[in-house]
Ligand binder design. Structure first.
Ligand SMILES: Cc1cc2nc3c(=O)[nH]c(=O)nc-3n(C[C@H](O)[C@H](O)[C@H](O)COP(=O)(O)OP(=O)(O)OC[C@H]3O[C@@H](n4cnc5c(N)ncnc54)[C@H](O)[C@@H]3O)c2cc1C
Length: 472
């Protein structure tokens, strides 16, 4: 029996496969696309995703194919200043196209030993007490201890376990096309954007430009053809800029949906299978990566047999509220892009408010996911938040998180004792030596996802939290 079967080799599925492989879990990923293709989707990684890549030692390979951005706050055409108080060692995003992200994550999962099977479509599943039987389009089946549906917004896995997917319907649709242009669109775009903020043309490498274009109607049907997009472009802009050689054409709406549950028995949902929302603010792919990093070590613990009772359920308890928060941000951004004088006035006011201290950091932290705090039942504000990369005895903290294990950042002479097979101890001697200079230092227990599980200086308390997160 396969340990974990992942449906979908998008960013979420491949990141999760790599996370599970770190722990020696046997992973099979099924992907219906026969080969990796251009995807008119994500264009970048926000700060928390950049941090996660660094935590796993992957940042260099991503930076080699990306460019950094740290201009403007990403909030619905409101020119927020980039905050200088984001409390991160990585105060920038990475501009990198989705298929490059997928390729780099796929390479990583394969290097670690994942079994990726392309051209394999899942059509249904059935679970019992011992495992899950997954049915494939060719009529065959596979059996796994756990299944994760990372199969996108129209998830077959979600439908098979009968989980509802509710939210707001779209009230306005937008075409998105990655195409080559023979005419310079600059003047026409500048004129139209005075009144239509949902229209734009952004060139990127290889002579390809991304055109976003308000649709005339709302539709829940199949993805549009290039001809449909081009006709609408002519109607809207009076020209098609000589658009040709489409790499990808898609359509998205202002609507959003959240899965009623992220777990049904042995089946989990992650990424777009669990949440969809407009791409405004560029958060969807990032959210999926962060789901994967939250779920990976917990599922690995269950496979290894030491997961405490609550651990698998904590995935939904922690990640669903984060997706709810993203939906709130997206709805606000959609509203701020409305093309009426009242909304323009609101944008003007928010532009002013955005200059006040702390406002840009708060809003950017919301989009960049650095503001996420899981409710772990502690009054200590550090607990539940991710720890930024910090210097530890002239080394970097994140360099010690590459293996995806727990970590005790020990500033008070504590021990991980019998948990040393799951949790590393990193003494922070400089903090110990400087204890007399300010408030007493406290040790921090980090989970494999980099979030703080406990802060304190008491060995017995530490052991209670080690048992809570890493088993008895
Ligand atoms: C126009 C647009 C712009 C966007 N811009 C951004 C951005 O800038 N930043 C950002 O963070 N996000 C952005 N997003 C969102 C981002 O593209 C998605 O959130 C992301 O692709 C979700 O990743 P995923 O792995 O969860 O799902 P998907 O990428 O949808 O991957 C699911 C995979 O499952 C496979 N699959 C589906 N069904 C089956 C089946 N039955 N059997 C086997 N395989 C199956 C699919 O072929 C696919 O490869 C954008 C989206 C759009 C549409």
């Amino acid at each position: 029996m396969i340990d974990v079967l992942i449906v979908g080799a998008g960013p979420t599925g491949t990141m999760l496969a790599a996370e599970l492989q770190l722990h020696g879990v046997e992973v099979v990923v099924l992907e219906k696309r026969a080969s990796a293709t251009w995807r008119a989707g994500g264009l970048g990684l926000h700060v928390r995703s950049v941090e996660i890549l660094d935590q796993r030692g992957l940042l260099d390979r991503f930076e080699a194919e990306a460019t950094r951005f740290s201009v403007g706050g990403p909030l619905a055409a409101i020119p927020l200043p980039w905050p200088d108080d984001l409390e991160t060692a990585h105060p920038y995003g990475l501009a990198i196209r989705q298929e490059k992200i997928e390729r780099l994550l796929t390479d990583r999962a394969l290097e670690l030993g994942a079994d990726l099977r392309r051209g394999v479509e899942v059509t249904g599943l059935d679970q019992d007490d011992d495992g899950v039987t997954v049915t494939l389009a060719d009529g065959s089946s596979l059996r796994a201890r756990y299944v994760v549906g990372a199969d996108g917004g129209r998830s077959v896995v979600r439908a098979a376990v009968g989980v509802g997917f509710r939210g707001e319907p779209s009230t306005a649709d937008t075409y998105l096309a990655d195409v080559e242009l023979t005419e310079d669109p600059t003047a026409v775009v500048a004129e139209l954007r005075k009144t239509h903020l949902r229209f734009g043309v952004a060139p990127f490498e290889g002579g390809v430009s991304r055109v976003i274009l308000p649709a005339a109607t709302v539709s829940d049907g199949p993805q549009p053809t290039f001809e449909e997009f081009r006709d609408r472009l002519r109607e809207f802009a009076g020209t098609d800029f000589g658009a040709h050689s489409p790499r990808g054409v898609s359509r998205f709406g202002t609507g959003d949906r959240l899965a009623d549950a992220y777990r049904v028995g042995r089946v989990f949902l992650a990424g777009d299978a669990a949440h969809v929302h407009p791409p405004t603010g560029g958060q969807g792919l990032n959210l999926g990566l962060q789901d994967a990093v939250n779920l990976g070590w917990k599922l690995a613990a269950a496979v290894a047999g030491w997961a405490p009772e609550h651990l698998l359920d904590s995935y939904e308890a922690e990640r669903r509220p984060v997706a709810e928060g993203v939906v709130v941000s997206c709805r606000a951004m959609v509203a701020l892009l409305r093309e009426d004088p009242q909304t323009a006035a609101l944008r003007t006011l928010l532009t002013e408010v955005g200059q006040l201290p702390g406002v840009s950091a708060h809003l950017t932290g919301r989009i960049a996911a650095t503001g996420v705090r899981y409710d772990l039942g502690s009054d200590d504000d550090r607990v539940g938040r991710r720890l930024p990369d910090v210097e530890v005895d002239s080394d970097r903290l994140y360099a010690h998180l590459h293996e995806g294990r727990g970590l005790l950042l020990d500033r008070t002479g504590l021990s991980v004792g019998a948990w040393s097979d799951r949790v590393d101890r990193l003494p922070d001697r400089s903090s110990m030596q400087h204890a007399d200079r300010g408030s007493a230092p406290e040790s921090l227990l980090l989970r494999p996802d980099g979030h703080v599980a406990w802060a304190g200086d008491d060995q017995r308390e530490l052991e209670e939290h080690l048992a809570r997160w890493f088993g008895a």
